[in-house]
Design a protein around this ligand. Structure first.
Ligand code: NAP
Length: 246
């Protein structure tokens, strides 16, 4: 089992779903884990209590607060080894009915959030000439899914952002990669109408939605030294949804 003793990790959107599974997996391997969340104090409290991880209620929009949070973590630990840009939201709607506010909100969380946190940690990682960042995108950024122009465009942008960041950081010893989950059993997919769920299940080779821990293990792998020569890559974890013609 890969161990992360002495490593400092920060996971955005870590109180529920895939982010929570990342927090739990990293903490179980010995890392000191900080996680951000948006508004669900109950879920964040429960996770902090059970995993020993440290909650920081920082939403993705406050640049000053993000910088302060990173500076506090560095002041306490003298470094940040890992960043997982996981926080993401959907606001699905056909474009005719989609208010511009939902377009902006989804981009601000899913793309600008990753920009803000990556910018905030980069100085410390560059000084250390080491570190690893994983950005959590979505198959929606690879496939055309109706009703998701905002989400799909944001995740496509995140994949491109991640590659460009990998090019900037790679020569400084920092690896940046992207994990692209397919349909995963979380609160985000729980609200999907039954008929749509079944249609998607029929297109997945493994005929089931994934579990958060199956994404988290891939994130863990990419952060670890087992992936020491992997940079600028996009790894799809989707049960075979995008690999074949169904
Ligand atoms: P989720 O169950 O809805 O959980 C979202 C997490 O992000 C929660 O911890 C939430 O905090 C936090 N969050 C939301 N907005 C935030 C903000 N502005 N600032 C900080 N934290 C925020 O989501 P999920 O399904 O685990 O998805 C996690 C990531 O995987 C997202 O980027 C999503 O796009 C991506 N993804 C998910 C799937 C899927 O099928 N589930 C598929 C592909 C990609 P609160 O608890 O406070 O609300």
């Amino acid at each position: 089992m890969v161990r992360f003793d002495g490593k400092i990790a920060l996971v955005t959107g870590g109180s529920r779903g895939i982010g929570k599974a990342c927090v739990e997996d990293l903490a179980a391997r010995g890392a000191k884990v900080y996680f951000t969340y948006n508004k669900n104090d109950v879920a964040a409290d429960a996770l902090a209590m059970s995993s020993g991880a440290i909650k920081c209620k920082v939403s993705q929009t406050d640049d000053l607060l993000i910088d302060e949070t990173v500076q506090e973590i560095i002041a306490d630990n003298s470094k940040i080894d890992f960043l997982v840009n996981n926080a993401g939201i959907t606001a699905d709607q056909y474009i005719m009915m989609m208010p511009i506010e939902d377009w902006v909100k989804v981009f601000d969380t899913n793309v600008s959030g990753a920009f803000r946190w990556s910018k905030a940690v980069c100085k410390s990682m560059m000084n250390a000439r080491s570190g690893a960042i994983v950005n959590v995108a979505s198959v929606s950024g690879l496939l055309g899914i109706a009703g998701q122009t905002n989400y799909a465009a944001s995740k496509g942008a995140l994949i491109a952002f991640s590659r460009a960041l990998a090019a900037e950081f790679g020569p400084r010893g920092i690896r940046v990669n992207t994990v692209v989950p397919g349909f995963i059993e979380t609160d985000m997919t729980a609200k999907m109408p039954r008929q749509i769920k079944q249609q998607n299940l029929d297109r997945i080779l493994l005929r089931r939605f994934g579990k958060s821990v199956e994404v988290a293990r891939t994130v863990t792998f990419l952060l670890s030294d087992d992936a020491s020569y992997i940079a600028g890559q996009t790894i799809v974890v989707d049960g075979g949804l995008t690999g074949t013609v169904a």
